[in-house]
Design a binder for this molecule. Structure first.
Ligand SMILES: NC(=O)c1ccc[n+]([C@@H]2O[C@H](COP(=O)([O-])OP(=O)(O)OC[C@H]3O[C@@H](n4cnc5c(N)ncnc54)[C@H](O)[C@@H]3O)[C@@H](O)[C@H]2O)c1
Length: 357
């Protein structure tokens, strides 16, 4: 039986909990032992955060778990196999290292940490402890992105010529964070560029490799202006567009925009290869070829359509089997932080080319 606790029960923590509860219901050998949050309201399921993700953890079940307001206290009192860190990003490194130093496996949400140095410290702590650290880059379990990766790696449709990735939309949590405006502050959540666009940055590193350089244009956050947070140390970007520069002539770009008024949250890509275009648009994956009917690939081989379910089950399966969860390599999660920090430097200098390898 795997004994698990969650630290951070905001909008994403509740989503994690709902999946762990589903696994328990399905008979997975998992016991949810404890939940921890500095905000007592969250432990009672009274979060005011509105999310674009489905929260199905029942309020009734929250009372079945031990409640803590401090991670250290929870680790002092409970015998745990896995701790899931779903706290604000600037707390990831310290919390994960504390968990790993106690000889406990750690799942930590993305982005890995706010500096490359902290990412490395997390990797070192996992190595020292001989425990599994996996960062929640859920797109590695998103069937449409896994299909794209397979096609690129296997050259199913030849070589890649270009790719465009995007995500964004009007999202309440970006304007109305559930804890201390953390997501809006450069040093805590880093705004859309660090919190959300990092998903695509990590995917680009995973599928195409680390680029030689990046050039980014960014626009600052209207909400920050409203909250009086536009001083340089807080300034971040909520519209961002990056060109990724590779040795070979591959044109890869990514756009993230959380400033669209009223436009629903979405994401996708269009990648052109020698003999096909793979497009994930309006929640539909299609493959287009010359003079042939477009087709929808069979994604059932990639597991559930719920990527988070696939992700947590995979992580727990690795813990159970005593193997490393190398579907999301920690070096890739660290590269994504490095690339995103290079993008911020570029955006700070109006698109200056910043070398990142
Ligand atoms: N993989 C994904 O698709 C995805 C989606 C959303 C968020 N995230 C990531 O998940 C993390 C959390 O984001 P969120 O949207 O749930 O934020 P949130 O603000 O809704 O939740 C964070 C929670 O952490 C609690 N907290 C703050 N300090 C704490 C401490 N010291 N100890 C314990 N709890 C503490 C807060 O009270 C809050 O309930 C972020 O790193 C974010 O980037 C990932």
């Amino acid at each position: 039986m795997i004994k698990l606790a969650i630290s951070g029960l905001g909008r994403m923590g509740m989503m994690h909990l709902s999946i762990y509860e589903k696994l328990v219901e399905e008979g997975y050998p998992l016991q949810i032992v404890a939940i921890c949050d500095v905000d007592a309201y969250k432990l009672e399921g009274k979060s005011t955060a509105i999310t674009n993700l489905v929260n199905s953890a029942s309020e009734n079940k929250l009372s079945e778990y031990k409640h803590y307001s401090s991670l250290t206290e929870m680790l002092d009192h409970e015998e745990l196999d896995v701790v899931d860190i779903v706290m604000p990003t600037h707390l990831h490194a310290h919390a994960s290292i504390e968990v790993l130093n106690r000889g406990i496996h750690c799942f930590c949400e993305k982005p890995m940490a706010t500096t490359v140095e902290d990412c490395q410290k997390m990797i070192d702590a996992a190595k020292r402890a001989g425990k599994n650290l996996m960062i929640g880059h859920c797109l590695h379990f998103w069937p449409e992105y896994v299909y794209l990766n397979d096609c690129v790696k296997n050259e199913t449709f030849g070589k890649v010529n270009g790719g465009y990735f995007w995500r964004g939309g009007d999202q309440d949590h970006v304007k109305n964070p559930s804890w201390n405006n953390w997501i809006l502050k450069r040093e805590c959540g880093g705004g859309a560029i660090f919190d959300q666009h990092v998903h695509d940055v990590e995917v680009i590193n995973w599928i195409f490799g680390k680029p030689r350089a990046v050039s980014t244009l960014g626009k600052s956050n209207a909400t920050q202006t409203y909250l009086g947070m536009m001083e340089d140390d807080h300034k971040t970007y909520n519209i961002v567009n990056t060109n990724y520069i590779y040795e070979e002539a591959t044109v890869i770009t990514a756009l993230d925009d959380t400033s669209y008024i009223g436009y629903p949250f979405g994401y996708g890509f269009r990648v052109n290869l020698d003999s096909a275009t793979i497009a994930y648009e309006n929640s539909e994956l299609m493959v287009y070829r010359a003079n042939q009917k477009p087709f929808q690939p069979d994604l059932s081989v990639y597991g559930s359509s719920n990527a988070y379910y696939n992700e947590f089950k995979y992580y727990l399966d690795c813990v159970k089997a005593g193997v490393a969860p190398d579907k999301i390599p920690n070096c890739g999660s660290k590269n994504a932080i490095h690339m995103t920090l290079c993008e911020i430097e570029s955006a700070d200098h109006n698109g200056k080319i910043v070398f990142c390898s």
